[in-house]
Write a protein that binds this ligand. Structure first.
Ligand code: HEC
Ligand code: HEC
Length: 350
């Protein structure tokens, strides 16, 4: 059954919804000339005082997470992060890369409603989400120097922005959803051609020798995409829509959103392959999204809402799920769902 027929079966405005899904060969480009300027503040201009050294410590933690507050920390009491990734493994160029999940313009957004928590969350809690999921570790105490420093750095990242100028470039650019399910078998081929040269055929990345790791204060030259040292199954990157948007705009490393290399369909297929591989499991996932109406279509763990099998949440097609949700959810939930889009990666809503 084709997607449009499925949509008709659930009896909603098929024309509108079908126009949201795209063929796998779709090319989506961003008119860079139409974007407002992107301001990256210069860390070299930070004052040589207590506040300045806190900001610089925050940047070091951001780039050397596994060495300073992760499994390679010399003080075992400071081993909060649990894998070989650093914040900058995903928040590229130390959180300054436009559409590379930057943390420019993020400070001002918190506290913000979190659909995953079902309540408003603070910046401290948001950072600890990544600590416990993306970094597969435990929460940093809110009064620790490390939490204070990460926050000082994130606040600093917004300081280059002239007041009142819009910030466009947070998250990763939205892609249309496919009119078919993502195909992990084809994704494996995309992976071997485009990703394995750095992340390796077995996905475990390129790890430094113990001596080099110590000198560089980093575990990996190329970080692992799966296995024990990568993000866990509760991370944003473990959701295929979130991951596809990031990968299309930023991988293979070196490209930017302005000149993506993968076709849209290939981006969805390759992350479907990656996210099918083994990775650490976080317990208690059933407590995420206490209001299940606010759960993103690509969160494939129970409880699930609607008549769709878990596999469809994982691989899509997602447009019929989104359509079903929009059609069936109570009005006040749909307002909240829009507000909860802090979880979605782009400035545009999904
Ligand atoms: C494995 C990839 C990954 C790593 C590593 C990671 N994050 Fe994230 N982070 C994400 C993703 C993906 C999002 C987008 C939200 C989502 O859907 O989870 C995000 C969102 C955030 C946000 C909210 C951004 C916004 O636009 O609202 C903050 C703040 C943040 N991360 C901080 C950190 C910090 C600090 C670290 C290191 C301690 C870190 N992250 C490590 C993937 C990662
Ligand atoms: C030229 C080397 C290179 C290639 C090729 C490459 N990457 Fe990466 N990738 C990196 C580096 C380096 C990082 C970490 C960013 C940093 O530290 O600056 C990264 C980070 C990532 C991350 C987030 C961190 C993690 O470990 O989960 C994902 C997801 C990812 N890459 C997926 C892909 C996919 C999918 C492809 C193929 C389409 C790909 N990469 C191709 C070098 C590469």
């Amino acid at each position: 059954m084709g997607q449009c027929e499925q949509l008709l079966v659930v009896a909603i405005a098929a024309t509108l919804l079908c126009s949201e899904a795209a063929p796998a060969s779709a090319q989506v480009t961003i008119d860079t000339a139409a974007l407002p300027p992107w301001h990256v503040p210069d860390i070299g201009t930070v004052a040589d005082d207590a506040e300045g050294s806190t900001i610089r410590y925050g940047q070091r933690l951001f780039e050397h997470t596994s060495a300073l507050i992760g499994p390679d920390a010399t003080d075992p009491g400071k081993r909060y992060a649990g894998n070989g990734l650093d914040c900058k493994s995903c928040h590229l160029d130390a959180g300054t890369q436009r559409f590379g999940l930057p943390l420019i313009g993020v400070w001002e957004r918190f506290p913000a409603f979190s659909a995953r928590l079902g309540t408003v969350e603070t910046m401290t809690e948001r950072i600890n989400d990544c600590m416990q999921r993306s970094l597969n570790g435990r929460a940093l105490p809110s009064d620790s120097n490390e939490m204070q420093a990460l926050q000082a750095y994130i606040r600093f990242l917004g300081s280059g922005q002239p007041k009142g100028e819009p910030i466009v470039g947070r998250g990763a650019p939205r892609l249309p959803l496919l009119n078919r399910a993502a195909d992990p078998v084809h994704g494996a081929r995309v992976y071997q051609m485009n990703c394995a040269p750095c992340h390796q055929a077995d996905g475990t990345g390129v790890r430094y020798s113990p001596e080099d790791a110590q000198v560089k204060a980093q575990r990996y030259l190329f970080p692992p995409l799966w296995g024990a040292d990568s993000y866990n199954d509760a991370a944003g990157m473990a959701r295929n829509i979130t991951a596809a948007w990031f990968v299309r705009a930023n991988m293979p490393r070196g490209i930017t959103f302005a000149y993506p290399q993968l076709e849209v369909g290939d981006a969805y297929d390759v992350v479907a392959y990656i996210n099918e591989q083994p990775r650490p499991h976080k317990s208690g996932l059933e407590h995420d999204y206490p209001d299940v109406w606010l759960k993103p279509a690509d969160a494939a763990y129970p409880p699930l809402l609607g008549p769709f099998p878990a596999e469809q949440h994982e691989l899509g097609p997602w447009a019929p799920i989104e359509a079903w949700l929009r059609h069936n959810m109570p009005q006040e939930r749909s307002d909240l769902r829009a507000a909860g889009d802090v979880e979605a990666l782009a400035d545009t809503k999904r």
